[in-house]
Design a protein around this ligand. Structure first.
Ligand code: C2E
Ligand code: CA
Ligand code: CA
Ligand code: CA
Length: 279
């Protein structure tokens, strides 16, 4: 039993070492990702639930590294947050999103908003208000065409400080949305305390609206409540027409999901804007 115990201990530390080594490797590659131009911002359309018109684009980070290949943002974004890299990367995302959205507008297309995911770190250690002000100025993008997506984690503590930043952005005309709604420690008082314009229902609810009566009830209740609070509602992760119809019937304003399009490059998004809309 002793021998076995020490064997499994060896195996355990071996696994830990491998994990730690893998993490270190990703970390050191990530430190050079920006200067090596390995990061890209892709865009996923958000469409009006009734007309099917594209009304916005969510910017989503992509990282393609020569040795690691494609690394998912679910892996590298938390890492970038841990080591502080999310500050320069987040600035780059904001700048790229606003400049790209301007190039879409300049070609005479109907303006679409651009939505950018923001990390807690950018609100704590960064100077997100200043960054956004200068990015809007240098790109020429109107403030109401920029939307900042935050998650509930941001609202957990230091609320007065965060509230102040959100209020400033809101007064500048920037739209604020609450992302992944329903997955965190959702306290309903957040919804009246912070200046949100948009609520994004997490895809975990959307996935099962057809099969799970509880999720169907929750999705409908969230839409109804958000509307009472004068928020617009986006359904995330819509993959089937059955899901779309359920959400449409319950008054959803906007949809995002593979049913319409996966995230695409800036060029690809321009082509989507030029296509005839139909559904
Ligand atoms: P998120 O903000 O909730 O983004 C939506 C995610 O759902 C994206 O994953 C998108 O590709 C995926 N998605 C969209 N439609 C569907 C669908 O119909 N079905 C399914 N199964 N998935 C769908 P992605 O691009 O892998 O990003 C994952 C997460 O990484 C994001 O979740 C966000 O939290 C984070 N992230 C991505 N880009 C950035 C960024 O620029 N800054 C920060 N701070 N975080 C980012
Ligand atoms: Ca998001
Ligand atoms: Ca989300
Ligand atoms: Ca998510």
């Amino acid at each position: 039993a002793k021998a076995q115990g020490s064997n499994s201990f060896c195996f355990f530390t071996q696994t830990m070492n491998n994990q730690a080594r893998a993490r270190l490797e990703i970390e050191s590659e990530l430190r050079h990702a920006q200067e090596n131009r390995e990061l890209e911002l892709h865009f996923q359309p958000i469409v009006d639930a009734r007309s099917g018109q594209i009304v916005a684009a969510e910017g989503l980070l992509r990282w393609n590294n020569p040795t690691l290949g494609r690394v998912s943002p679910d892996t590298f974004v938390p890492l970038a947050e841990d080591i502080g890299l999310i500050l320069p990367i987040g600035d780059w995302v904001l700048r790229t999103a606003c400049h790209t959205a301007m190039t879409w507008q300049q070609s005479g297309r109907t303006p679409v908003r651009v939505c950018v995911n923001a990390s807690v770190r950018q609100f704590r250690n960064g100077n997100i208000v200043q960054t956004i002000a200068s990015v809007l100025e240098e790109s020429g993008l109107p403030a109401h065409c920029l939307e900042v997506e935050i998650t509930e984690g941001l609202l957990l503590d230091d609320a007065p400080e965060i509230q102040e930043i959100l209020n400033k952005l809101h007064r500048m005309g920037v739209r604020i949305s609450i992302d992944d709604f329903g997955t965190g420690y959702s306290s309903l008082c957040y919804l009246k305390k912070f200046p949100f314009d948009v609520l994004k229902i997490d895809q975990s609810f959307v996935r099962d609206v057809i099969n799970d009566p509880d999720d169907a009830a929750l999705a409908a209740a969230i839409i109804h409540m958000a509307h009472q609070l004068k928020l617009e509602v986006v359904g995330e992760g819509v993959e089937t027409t059955a899901q779309l119809h359920y959400l449409q019937d319950n008054g959803l304003d906007m949809v995002q999901g593979y049913l319409f399009s996966k995230p695409v490059t800036a060029e690809g998004f321009k082509r989507l804007l030029d296509q005839k809309k139909s559904h």
